[in-house]
Write a protein that binds this ligand. Structure first.
Ligand code: SF4
Ligand code: SF4
Length: 214
């Protein structure tokens, strides 16, 4: 069997800047997915917000259910027994032009960028795709930014017990996104590094600031 081929994830600094902007504006990402549809086949619950009226009008009501812990009107779409989104037929999204914002903004390159791993039998397809991405890391500045993103992710992962309940996302996707949002805090080699407790506070504050500026 042939080895899976690497995929060019692009210049890291450009990707980080574009991802930051997309996260701030809740905007669509431009992922060179090609023929891949692994994230549509990886047992993901798709969140749809109440204001996504066009999307909601294209999905049968029986496929939607209230999103736990979120205000009324927020719904989730589940997946079938194979882990496939019910809107995926013959490898194509039936509602592509009307797909949820969650699908439009999803970019699996957040995993190679942060070093956060996805696990589980139901995530094999997406894990294989994630392993293929390779970023361009040439300039000193982008190597520094990449290290900062990875340090942020590592801190969130290894110091999770220091965070108050509900301040740290539980799933790998949201954890990776948070690392990207707060990576600035990990850019510099401080002369007097913050202790872990102070750094946790700084991370929470930076995450909230990012969200309120969005
Ligand atoms: S798994 Fe990644 S490359 Fe594949 S469709 Fe989803 S976002 Fe695109
Ligand atoms: S709605 Fe379309 S893009 Fe989104 S997961 Fe389902 S098939 Fe994929």
């Amino acid at each position: 069997m042939s080895e899976p081929q690497d995929l060019a994830a692009g210049n890291f600094s450009n990707w980080l800047r574009e991802t930051h902007t997309a996260l701030k504006n809740d905007a669509e990402t431009d992922v060179p997915c090609g023929e891949c549809n692994a994230c549509c086949r990886s047992s993901y619950f798709i969140h749809i917000k109440p204001n996504e009226l066009d999307t909601l009008s294209h999905i049968p009501d029986e496929l939607l259910f209230p999103a736990p812990g979120l205000p009324d009107g927020n719904v989730l779409m589940g997946y079938d027994e194979k882990g496939y989104c019910p809107m995926l037929k013959y490898g194509t999204c039936l509602i592509y032009d009307h797909r949820p914002a969650t699908c439009r903004s999803y970019d699996c390159r957040i995993f190679p960028a942060t070093g956060i791993q996805i696990s589980g039998k139901d995530k094999v397809l997406i894990t294989q795709q994630v392993q293929r991405w390779k970023f361009n890391l040439i300039e000193a500045d982008e190597i520094k930014k990449h290290k900062a993103v990875q340090k942020a992710a590592s801190f969130l992962k290894h110091k999770s017990k220091l965070f108050p309940p509900d301040e740290l996302p539980g799933n790998p996707t949201q954890l990776a996104i948070m690392a990207i949002k707060v990576h600035d805090l990990f850019l510099e080699q401080e002369e007097a590094p913050l202790d872990d407790t102070k750094r946790v506070e700084a991370v929470i504050t930076a995450g909230k600031k990012f969200d309120t500026q969005s």
